[in-house]
Design a protein around this ligand. Structure first.
Ligand code: SF4
Length: 85
C-alpha cells in the first residue's frame, strides 16, 4: 500500500469538510492547519505530499509554498502523481 492511500483512511480529521483544505482565506487556512496539527495521520500525509509535486491544498499541515520550501531545503526531487508508473 502506498503512502498516498494512507491519507484516505477513516479517522483522518479532514474527512468531514475536505473543502477546508483547499481554502484560500487566511482564517480558513489557519483552521485547516490547526486541525492537521492534531491529526493522527499528519506525518504520513506530509511525507506523501512532499513526495509528489502536483498535489494542491494543505497536507500534513503544510501548504504548497511551505512544501516547496521543505523540498528545496532537503534537496528532494518530487515526482508527478500523474506520471505512468
Ligand atoms: S494531516 Fe491534515 S490533510 Fe492530512 S489527513 Fe490529517 S487532517 Fe487530513
Amino acid at each position: 500500500m502506498s503512502d498516498y492511500v494512507l491519507i484516505f483512511v477513516p479517522g483522518r480529521l479532514c474527512k468531514d469538510d475536505p473543502d477546508l483544505w483547499y481554502a484560500l482565506g487566511p482564517r480558513r487556512v489557519a483552521r485547516a492547519k490547526a486541525i492537521c496539527a492534531r491529526c493522527p495521520y499528519r506525518e504520513p500525509c506530509l511525507r506523501t505530499a512532499l513526495e509528489y509535486q502536483d498535489v494542491d491544498g494543505i497536507w500534513g499541515g503544510a501548504d504548497p509554498l511551505e512544501r516547496a520550501a521543505m523540498r528545496a531545503q532537503s534537496g528532494r526531487t518530487p515526482r508527478s502523481h500523474y506520471a505512468a508508473s
